[in-house]
Write a protein that binds this ligand. Structure first.
Ligand code: PEP
Ligand code: MG
Length: 889
């Protein structure tokens, strides 16, 4: 192996050893580091070398130039690998052929360029023909090389070459490429060279060094293509990482019927089942499997039987190679302690490993694999917790198709990425993106997707392809994104020109509703009803590990009994925010609420409130019962008025009838109550200041319900009453006194003791700054980060989506502050409030109940500053439990 000078740009691997290791991903990229590691493990890896990511950085800094010494190191490395395989680069008799591939630190499947069979020219092709004893194969390789190189390096349109091949077949009455003889390929190659000359103005390079440096430059150049840039943005991969280039001696999967190429996962990436799972193609090269050109064969006999495929499995076709592959995969899994995604080639009956990396998997698979690997002793529970992306759990919590719902089946493809999705069918990525921008749901249907479709796949609810296997581009990318996908639905035809899809006798036009089920592969007409999924045992176990590890408590934002029940099923440890105004949206209540708001005197309000009191009390009893003794934080009414005011004549008439007032008077009152900026208007505590009787009614309903629920369940209830939108201590004190007075009345009337807390939301910058003083009266703080973000930024939370996306795309912000807490600004205020609050009241209870309470990055922040709990929507409770466990040290 090469020595290690200070500026080492090239790392060699092969023949049971390597300059690099798996730990050197930053320098060698994922592919390079793992090729080195496989080599060190003694696995059969074709020898090769990696040009480091430092060279990529240099290349961009120096506008396409290479560091001194690189050329020499590459030449030496080529000699080294040539010696290992008894060949020489450019040699007429024993030509060394190489593959040139990209390989960044994080995997970016299909995003960057690859060139195979490099080193072929008019002379070396003869050497290859002699050595392989197969002229046809040699010339087939040469034409493939010209096609790939011209496309990737010289930017010649791929279809020009394909048209040439098609026209040759037409003229000679041939059906498939395999019928084309070596002499015919030779003729076609001459035509290919003409295409290159006419398209680029220069001849196809015969000089192998020129070929090599052209390909290296193209790989580095592909780091900045639009599709690579988009992929990095979507996956938060920094541009500065750069890519490495891997140059490796070619092995041929297309050397006849004893050769093949394939990809496999060491566990099923869709379900997580422990089985070697993959596909291969006999007599094929390189990317043929992933490209979805031919439908590949199954690796195991079990998979073949399950797929009812007539094509033989690798297990049956090449039992010895299969046995070796099984050994290799078991070794790799044990070594990496994770599910691997491997690529291999079989050349004339000999197995070669081309790649291993951690395999992308669905949330369901990730969960099963993590839990089973703990049982197998490969990893510990802490490691299992760290391996699950909290947000991905959403996939598991999402509804699945109701098995009893009627469905009109259009066809069945491969269950490539689980989950059900419905939407309007579209046939290109632009349409998918457009529908998404209108807030509508799209299902992207393509013959096969390519890296150019990433944005459309991202925008779509689900993806359907008519070609390609379980490891096709669509399948791999969809699984990575957690999107439902059905691939290879061969009975369905797509007509791009007519923008329609034909399935049997049915035609779906662009915009028609369709449902796909990525768990079964079914494609159905229309939108199918869904149901909530059952939680699996694996899920429960992972959650129990997470619960044991986390410090932060997790509560839910819930006000309806249905939500409270879901919250408990998902493990919520209380309710952190019950928005009481949401309890008034019901049709039979809204009139009474409107009556209360529109009343122009206290008496009118009190009569409306008297109607609401029993309803509120009944609601609270039910909530307390469901939460049986767990803490429940009830927030006093906080409606932005415009959400409740009647607008239509009909609505106004309805309130008029209920109150015995004329519609005209009411209409005038609506105008009077109109606010220019309701979000900053007469809401929150301000309502209680103006209309104390509302707060009194609510406090009474809460206390009476607490006593009643306590009696019914035998569990004493300690309600936490929360006052919203406080800015001034005086506001808090005023309303607090009202509540305390009601508590005293209720205790006297019922002759029972009440236990309760009164606290406030911190959702205005002033409250955060004056937290020390507010904490003199408030027993808890709950950070309302929705309003706190709105008021800190001065950006309306209802209008932000119109322009914040632009802020993100221009790099002014990295993430929407309404989604993930803005640590620097809003976070600073939260920190200040927490510190000042604790200074006054050391045991003050601190929580967060804005949307951020369910966002993993924000939860990490809450852990760092030592809040007591986070509160989020019921469906996010498991996500928060896992994120809290990951956040705790
Ligand atoms: C908040 O402002 O963060 C909050 C939870 O209250 P709401 O969303 O109801 O204004
Ligand atoms: Mg708020």
């Amino acid at each position: 192996m090469a020595s290690a000078p200070s500026e080492k740009w090239v790392y060699v691997f092969g023949d049971g050893s390597a300059d690099g290791t798996a730990e050197m991903k930053n320098l060698l990229g994922g592919k390079g580091a793992n090729l080195a590691e496989m080599s060190n493990l003694g696995l059969p890896v074709p020898p090769g070398f990696t040009i480091t990511t430092d060279v990529c950085s240099y290349y961009y800094q120096e506008k396409g130039a290479y560091p001194a010494g690189l050329a020499h190191q590459v030449a030496v490395a080529l000699d080294t690998i040539g010696t290992l395989v008894d060949c020489k680069f450019g040699d007429a008799l024993r030509p060394l052929l190489v593959s040139v591939r990209s390989g960044a630190r994080a995997s970016m499947p299909g995003m960057m360029d690859t060139v195979l069979n490099l080193g072929l020219n008019d002379l070396t092709v003869e050497g290859l023909a002699d050595r392989s004893g197969d002229r046809r194969f040699a010339f087939d390789c040469y034409r493939r090389f010209i096609q790939m190189y011209s496309n990737v390096v010289l930017n010649v349109d791929h279809s020009l070459f394909e048209e040439e091949i098609e026209s040759y077949k037409d003229v000679h009455g041939l059906k498939s490429d395999t019928e084309i003889s070596s002499e015919a390929w030779r003729e076609i190659i001459e035509k290919f060279k003409n295409i290159v000359r006419s398209e680029t103005g220069v001849a196809f390079p015969q000089d192998v060094d020129e070929q090599l440096w052209g390909a290296i430059g193209a790989v580095f150049g592909s780091w900045m293509t639009t599709r690579a840039v988009t992929y990095r943005q979507l996956n938060q991969i920094p541009e500065a990482w750069g890519t490495a280039v891997n140059i490796q001696a070619m092995v041929f999967g297309n050397l006849g019927m004893t050769s093949a190429t394939g990809v496999a996962f060491t566990r099923n990436p869709s379900t997580g089942v422990k089985e070697l799972y993959g596909e291969f193609l006999v007599n094929a090269q390189g990317e043929d499997v992933v490209a979805g050109i031919r439908t590949p064969q199954n690796i195991t006999e079990t998979a073949r039987l399950a797929a009812e495929s007539q094509s033989p499995s690798l297990e049956a076709l090449m039992p010895q190679v299969f046995a070796e592959l099984v050994n290799v995969y078991l070794k790799l899994e044990r070594h990496y302690r994770d599910m691997q995604d491997i690529e291999f080639t079989i050349q004339d009956g000999k197995l070669w490993m081309l790649q291993t990396r951690s395999g992308k998997r669905t949330a369901k698979a990730a969960l099963k694999i993590a839990v089973e690997m703990v049982d197998e002793g490969l990893i510990d529970p802490a490691e299992a917790i760290s391996r699950i992306e909290p947000a991905s759990l959403e996939q598991l919590l999402h509804p699945t198709l109701d098995p009893n719902a009627p469905r009109e089946l259009l066809g069945v493809g491969l269950p490539a990425s689980p989950g059900a999705a419905s939407g309007e069918i579209v046939f290109n990525s632009e349409d998918a993106q457009y529908l998404k921008s209108l807030g509508r749901k799209a299902i992207l249907a393509r013959v096969e997707t390519s890296p150019e479709d990433i944005h459309g796949m991202h925008a779509a609810e689900g993806i359907l392809t008519t070609r390609g296997g379980m490891t096709s581009h669509a399948a791999v990318v969809a699984r990575g994104m957690g999107k439902p996908c059905v691939s290879g639905a061969g009975t369905i035809q797509i007509d791009y020109a007519k923008e329609q899809l034909m399935a049997g006798g049915v035609i779906l036009k662009k915009g028609d509703l369709v449902t796909i089920d990525g768990s079964t592969g079914q494609i159905m007409r229309g939108e199918i009803a869904t149901i909530r999924p059952e939680m699996s045992d694996d899920f429960a176990r992972l959650m129990s590990w997470a619960d044991a590890k986390r410090r932060l408590k997790v509560r839910a934002n819930a006000e309806t009994p249905a939500d409270a029940k879901i919250a408990r099923e998902f493990g919520a440890e209380g309710i952190g925010l019950c928005r009481t105004e949401h309890m008034f949206f019901d049709q039979d209540r809204i009139v009474a609420v409107r009556e209360m708001i529109l009343a122009d005197n206290q008496q009118g309000r009190r009569s409306a409130l008297a109607k609401l009191l029993p309803m509120q009390r009944a609601d609270f009893i039910e909530l307390f019962e469901i939460m049986s003794g767990l803490p429940v934080t009830i927030r006093l009414l906080d409606p932005p008025l415009h959400e409740f005011l009647p607008h239509s004549d009909e609505e106004i008439d309805e309130v008029a009838r209920a109150t015995g007032t004329s519609s005209e008077v009411l209409r005038a009152r609506v105008v009077e109550l109109h606010e220019f900026n309701p979000m900053l208007g007469h809401r929150g505590v301000r309502l209680a200041v103006s209309y104390p009787e509302i707060a009194e009614m609510q406090a009474r309903a809460i206390f009476e319900a607490a006593l009643e629920a306590g009696t019914r369940t035998g569990q004493p209830v300690t309600p936490e009453i929360m006052i919203p939108l406080v800015a001034i201590k005086g506001e808090f004190d005023l309303v607090r006194k009202l509540i305390v007075d009601v508590a005293e009345d209720v205790q006297r009337e019922y002759d029972r003791e009440l236990d309760y807390l009164i606290g406030t939301m911190i959702e205005l910058p002033r409250a955060a700054l004056r937290a020390s003083e507010i904490a003199q009266s408030a027993e808890f703080f709950s950070f309302g980060t929705n309003d706190l973000t709105q008021t800190t930024y001065g950006i309306s939370r209802d209008d932000s989506s119109r322009f914040l996306a632009e802020y993100e795309s221009k790099g002014l912000i990295t993430v929407d502050p309404f989604v993930s807490v803005d640590r620097d600004g809003v976070g600073e205020l939260i920190k200040i409030a927490a510190e000042r609050g604790r200074m006054t009241r050391s045991d003050i209870k601190l929580g967060i109940c804005g949307e951020h309470g369910g966002d993993p990055a924000s939860i990490k922040f809450c852990e760092e500053i030592g809040l007591d709990y986070v509160s989020c929507s019921p469906f996010r409770v498991p996500i928060a439990r896992l994120a809290a466990a990951q956040a705790s040290a």
